[in-house]
Design a protein around this ligand. Structure first.
Ligand SMILES: NC(=O)c1ccc[n+]([C@@H]2O[C@H](COP(=O)([O-])OP(=O)(O)OC[C@H]3O[C@@H](n4cnc5c(N)ncnc54)[C@H](OP(=O)(O)O)[C@@H]3O)[C@@H](O)[C@H]2O)c1
Length: 253
């Protein structure tokens, strides 16, 4: 990995949303491919079992930080903490939202259900937007995870999630254009997976129970390896990678 180490410290990489799912798998792959890094895992909560497979050892330092990205009051302090730990790469995996019709029948304003919509927007769009706004002059590379499905088409019953993913793609592509004109400071990328077998995809979601003939949803371990190859490819600076919704991409022919 081409990371300057002017401080004699291990180069630090932050995995935001990596207690499970794709982020967890990427950290496993990353540690194998790039052992000489300090890896900071961030999520709302780590269970004991989740931390034990990522112990610090010689030439590998692992830190677990518990932060809630939906809480705007934590954003500035968290960013300062990343900067003070000399983080060079940010990989952002967190995202999600409620599943159900967008309209509410509740009469209270704001309704209880509005807070779930705000949660989705904060975690899937607004906090990434904040990180990009403030981080471009601090970090060498920032990679955000979108969705090759939700960022380009309607996603009924996940409307705010869909809107947030559309927004994230629009924001990143716009900032990449600014970089082309000499106003960017960092390598900013969007990685957009298809359907994956993680907690985020409900057990009864149609891609699980009724995928197109001959298709399967992606294995997050395989997607993680594709993510690591993509982000460490120096020829892909300020480029994006959309994957197809189903597995066929990984098993051509
Ligand atoms: N799964 C799919 O089918 C699919 C398809 C397309 C795109 N994607 C995208 O891929 C990315 C990864 O998804 P995934 O399937 O791996 O999701 P996941 O299994 O739900 O994992 C999400 C990770 O983010 C953390 N997280 C969630 N909310 C957080 C918050 N408020 N503050 C801090 N950490 C938070 C979670 O940890 P805690 O809960 O412990 O905080 C967990 O580590 C997401 O951006 C998702 O939109 C997924």
């Amino acid at each position: 990995m081409e990371l300057a180490d002017q401080t004699n410290q291990l180069p630090a990489v932050a995995f935001l949303g990596a207690s499970r799912g794709l982020g967890h798998q990427v950290l496993l792959s990353w540690q194998k491919s790039f052992p000489g890094t300090k890896n900071i895992r961030v999520a709302r909560q780590f269970k004991k079992m989740e931390t034990s497979i990522f112990e610090s050892r010689e030439n590998v330092e692992v830190l677990n930080w518990e932060v809630d990205f939906s809480k705007q009051e934590q954003w500035a302090g968290f960013l300062e903490r990343l900067i003070s730990h000399k983080v060079q790469k940010i990989f952002y995996f967190a995202g999600g939202g409620p599943y159900g019709g967008y309209a509410t029948k509740q009469t209270s304003v704001p309704s209880d259900k509005w807070s779930s919509q705000i949660w989705s927007h904060h975690v899937s769009f607004l906090f990434p937007a904040f990180l990009i706004h403030h981080g471009l002059s601090h970090f060498q590379q920032m990679v955000f995870v979108g969705s090759s499905v939700a960022e380009i088409r309607p996603d009924p019953y996940a409307a705010m999630y869909c809107a947030s993913k559309h927004g994230l793609k629009g924001l990143i592509q716009s900032v990449q254009k600014e970089a082309e004109q000499g106003k960017g400071f960092t390598d900013l990328r969007l990685f957009s997976p298809g359907y994956m077998d993680t907690d985020l995809l409900p057990k009864n979601a149609w891609p699980r129970i009724n995928p197109p003939e001959g298709e399967k949803i992606h294995d997050p371990g395989q997607v993680a390896q594709i993510f690591c190859d993509f982000v460490s490819d120096a020829g892909q600076v300020n480029q994006n990678m959309p994957m197809p919704p189903f597995q066929s991409f990984l098993t051509p022919g």
